[in-house]
Design a binder for this molecule. Structure first.
Ligand code: AMP
Length: 510
């Protein structure tokens, strides 16, 4: 009999699964399979090696990898030591990564061999003491240390931080959201129960494991619930379809863009995807028409799911066997209803609770709300208020509890589920000597949901073409943040007080 989720750590939850069926397949990658016992030996070997490098309880251990076997090994190794797994986007440039390493105080990073030089460069001036590469773990993943080592018992409590993921801030540096063992287990257990996932189910990690969806609903859920976690490296639709067929995948969660890419692939068909029982899409808005098209193409209904880094992934979802209603006024597809144990309300700017159908800011509460932001008490207090987490998302709840998102309250751009803060891109454009001012907005895009476009005004007497500015941005920013289009204008629209009005630029000027 399992103990209640909140009274265990992730390491203890994994140990229970391991003891239950050590020979069950836990991880698959290409032709390779690892049983729970083999995966545990790999995690023990890595944990020992990290302990020898000085990693202690509460230390932040960076994991900067695509969806490869070393990733779940590193998660388990960190949790075995009571350390905090800090998942890092491998697309970040050295400059972007430096900010996160310095802020988090990460003691080391596990990365790909080809990425090591960049991580070392990024770690300059931070607390980074070591780097280790996925390749050094070897083919069977145990080469980093001794697989039979007896580790000291980790002193971590269920309420201690287990996972750290950075979210970009509108102003100032990004914030590291900390989720506890109990937070992660709350999402994993509730979501898996709700979806009816059981041991023997096969989960394809379509969402990147370095984001909250992939880390929690992908990796942690599969490990803790005893699913076979199928990894295919960086997402590629052909490889994903082949994996679905080969592994008879039953569950997957990803951003809608990934499912659209699957639908457009020539190998896509209801036969190829026949094994899929539960398909969930989170992180970005879904057009109702897309759900219908994909159902025809893939033979599966895509269940909308809503969550944030700060809510430790899924908190609102369309129940299996149900179809999301569409708001008759806005035409938007519902993101679902609250998962058990989660509460939602909509409030006006004064914090007064609004009635069914009224639009305001969505607030949430429940056992998966983050502990807070690392070293940022003011921002934490601003976001977690009187037991509620302020999402910054505008939305409404109908009389039956279906939740709809309206326009985001914040200016964030959502390109295929990757969140881009305009301010960061504007700052980079403004670093170009010819640029006087820049405004960055999201433009509706059939494929990505939104795409990043920029408008710049040049300093007097300067000339520069859009291509050079795109190249300037590309050298400094992760690819998804680079504007797809840059327009040079005489002047940017401003308010009377001189604030640039992004809103006026949001409509396609063409
Ligand atoms: P992140 O912390 O990167 O996962 O981003 C969380 C944000 O993604 C939320 O605040 C929403 O703005 C957006 N989001 C997440 N899930 C959905 C969804 N199903 N539909 C629309 N937007 C979503």
């Amino acid at each position: 009999m399992s103990r209640p989720a909140r009274s265990r750590t992730l390491a203890a939850a994994w140990a229970e699964r391991l003891a239950g069926a050590p020979d069950a397949v836990a991880l698959s990658y290409g032709e390779r399979r690892w049983t729970r016992a083999e995966l545990d030996r790999a995690a023990t070997a890595l944990a020992g090696s990290l302990a020898d490098r000085g990693v202690r309880e509460g230390d932040r251990v960076g994991i900067r990898l695509q969806n490869v076997p070393a990733f779940p090994v590193a998660l388990l190794a960190s949790w075995k030591l009571g350390a905090v797994a800090l998942v890092l986007n491998p697309m970040y440039t050295a400059r972007e990564l430096h900010v996160l390493l310095a802020d988090s105080g990460a003691v080391g990073v596990l990365c790909a061999a080809g990425d090591r030089a960049r991580v070392v460069e990024a770690g300059d001036g931070s607390a980074l003491r070591w780097t280790l590469t996925a390749e050094e773990l070897g083919d069977d993943l145990t080469a980093a240390g001794e697989a039979d080592r007896v580790l000291p018992p980790a002193g971590a409590d269920p309420g201690d931080p287990a996972l750290m993921i950075y979210t970009s801030g509108t102003t100032g540096p990004p914030k590291g959201a900390l989720s506890s063992h109990a937070n992660v287990l709350a999402t994993v257990e509730t979501y898996a129960d709700w979806l009816g996932l059981v041991e023997g189910d096969v989960s394809l990690a379509i969402a990147p494991l370095f984001h909250t969806t992939g880390a929690v609903a992908g990796a942690a859920l599969a490990l803790v619930r005893g699913l076979d976690l199928v990894l295919i490296g960086r997402f590629e639709p052909g490889a994903a379809l082949a994996a679905i067929r080969e592994h008879q995948v039953t569950f997957t969660v990803g951003a809608i863009t990934a499912f659209s890419a699957l639908g457009q692939h020539p190998d896509a068909s209801p036969e190829t995807c026949a094994s899929l029982r539960v398909v969930a899409s989170g992180g970005a808005p879904i057009a109702p028409a897309t759900v219908a098209q994909l159902e025809e193409r893939l033979g599966c209904y895509i269940h909308n799911v809503y969550g944030m880094t700060e809510t430790t992934s899924a908190v609102v979802a369309v129940p299996t066997g149900r179809r999301a209603p569409v708001d008759p006024v806005t035409g938007s597809l519902s993101v679902g209803v609250c998962l058990p144990g989660v509460g939602a309300r909509v409030v006006d700017p004064e914090g007064r609770e609004l009635g069914p159908g009224e639009i305001g800011e969505l607030e949430l509460r429940g056992p998966s709300m983050m502990l807070g932001y690392h070293d940022r008490p003011a921002e934490t207090a601003e976001t977690l208020r009187e037991g509620w987490l302020r999402t910054g998302d505008g939305g409404s709840i109908d009389a039956d509890g279906w939740i709809y998102l309206a326009d985001r309250l914040k200016d964030q751009i959502n390109a295929s589920g990757f969140k881009v803060w305009p301010r960061e891109v504007e700052d980079v454009l403004c670093e170009h000597p010819a640029v006087l001012e820049a405004a960055v907005v999201g433009r509706p895009d059939e494929y990505r949901g939104e795409t990043v476009v920029a408008f710049v005004a040049l300093a007097s007497g300067e000339t520069v073409g859009p291509a050079e500015l795109v190249e300037h941005a590309r050298r400094r920013l992760a690819a998804y943040k680079v504007p797809r289009e840059i327009t040079v204008v005489e002047q940017l629209p401003k308010t009377a007080t001189g604030k640039i009005q992004r809103r006026e630029l949001r409509v396609d000027p063409a």
